[in-house]
Design a protein around this ligand. Structure first.
Ligand code: HEM
Length: 407
């Protein structure tokens, strides 16, 4: 018999590809939950036809991300959906400075040099500056009047300005670096287009790294440069990694998160009225939306047994963060957006040594931006029917391309 719940690409009991079909904008594909019910680790067919593993259970996902036998090296990384743009970067050694694609001790050396710049304390010290940036965006929206695209007017400029200031990248460069970041994260561009986008970002950062600096340096690239601990190549790579990861992700959360709140008016009201802890509310949105929708890739360097399943050295493993964050064994009523629930322990920022270095900075921006937006425009609403909001299913992480709103 044929299992009618399978994705169209699969037949019978054969392992299927990565589920991508969503029945609504906010829930991950139903198929992920069906797979999790059969076990926390199941077979997964990769786009090139080889068989690997998909992890959908929270406990196993967390264990794998904390387990140093699972490598994050780009040499071994395989993506679970067709994504030609990773071809220039995966299957070969990490680009200089790209510690996301390295294992300890290479990863450790770079991460340690940066960690002090991304502490809770450092992120919170940026509060007044972020509040000003948010207020300026809201003023500009009010002055122009609705309707507007919330992504263009609010979600994208805020994290772009914040990361530019932090790194020491002129905000005037935004059109180019935003376009090139989108290219790198797109599923639909060719390897050549991705290569060109990376080369352009590399040139932008290399020029900034070479530029003479004031003493003492007022920005992160200047401070790292002055430390003399990184080569020019590494400094450039770190700059590109932080610039790209630092704006698109938060922009995605601000756009998609606002869309989710507008579709859950009772939750929106809680946040608007200050009747919920905003720190927890932000973590619940991160959990519920889990924008790294295709998960994170890992490869065991030796044979391991995990979740009752033997995985052989070199096999591809995809840890599904959306599936783990909707695991009923970890979160009660996981498919409900509940800003008051204890949301800590979600894996939206990953876990283990690669857990997002920008998470404190991301949280501070979201804690300031959502309530300020709702307070400024209490009658904020979609300017188009829900089904006309274009979701970025065609990107490495999930979000909205545009969010037409009015008030
Ligand atoms: C790592 C998510 C914001 C920079 C990660 C990982 C996830 C993630 C899931 C782990 C990847 C893995 O294990 O392979 C997010 C989300 C964000 C966000 C959901 C926003 C809501 C940021 C920001 C920055 C940033 C603002 C920069 C300031 C990085 C870097 C890594 C990373 C450099 C690699 C860390 C390492 O390998 O040690 N992020 N991120 N991210 N993120 Fe974020």
């Amino acid at each position: 018999t044929t299992d009618v719940t399978q994705q169209p690409s699969s037949t019978g009991s054969e392992p299927a590809g990565m589920p991508t079909l969503r029945s609504n904008p906010f829930d991950p594909p139903d198929r992920l939950a069906e797979l999790r019910r059969t076990g926390p680790v199941t077979r997964l067919r990769y786009p090139d036809g080889h068989l690997g593993w998909l992890v959908t259970g929270h406990a196993v996902a967390r264990a794998i991300l904390a387990d140093q036998r699972f490598s994050a090296r780009s040499e071994l990384k395989r993506v679970p959906v067709a994504r030609p743009s990773v071809a220039p970067f995966y299957g070969r050694p990490a680009l200089p400075g790209w510690f996301l694609d390295m294992d300890p001790p290479d990863h450790t050396r770079l991460r340690r040099l940066l960690a002090g710049h991304f502490t809770v304390h450092r992120a919170e010290a940026l509060t007044p500056r972020i509040e000003r940036i948010v207020a300026e965006r809201l003023d500009a929206m009010a002055a122009a009047g609705g309707p507007c695209d919330l992504v263009d007017a609010f979600a994208l400029p805020i994290p772009s300005m914040v990361i530019c200031e932090l790194l020491g990248v002129p905000y005037a460069e935004r059109a180019e670096f935003q376009r090139n970041s989108v290219t790198l994260f797109s599923l639909e561009v060719t390897a050549d287009e991705a290569d060109a986008a990376m080369a352009a970002l590399d040139t932008l950062l290399r020029d900034l790294v070479r530029r003479p600096r004031q003493e003492p340096p007022g920005d992160l690239l200047g401070a790292l440069s002055a430390s003399g601990r990184l080569s020019e190549e590494e400094l450039t790579g770190v700059g590109v990694l932080l610039l790209t990861a630092g704006h698109e992700t938060v922009a995605s959360m601000l756009g998609l998160g606002t869309f989710a709140l507008l579709c859950h008016p009772e939750q929106l009201r809680l946040l608007h009225d200050g009747n919920v802890d905003v720190t927890n509310a932000v973590d619940e949105l991160l959990r519920y939306l889990s924008i790294f929708h295709f998960g994170v890739p890992r490869t065991p360097l030796e044979d391991v047994e995990i979740g009752g399943v033997p995985i052989r050295a070199g096999e591809s493993v995809t840890v599904s963060l959306p599936a783990a964050n909707r695991d009923p064994a970890r979160f009660t009523g996981p498919d409900t957006l509940d800003l008051a629930r204890p949301a800590r322990g979600h894996l939206a920022f990953g876990f283990g040594v690669h857990q997002c270095i920008g998470q404190n900075l991301a949280r501070v921006q979201m804690r300031i931006a959502y309530p300020a937006l709702l307070r400024r425009f209490p009658s904020l609403r979609l300017a188009v029917p829900t089904q006309d909001v274009h979701l970025s299913v065609d990107m490495g992480f999930y979000g909205v391309h545009h969010l037409p709103v009015t008030w």
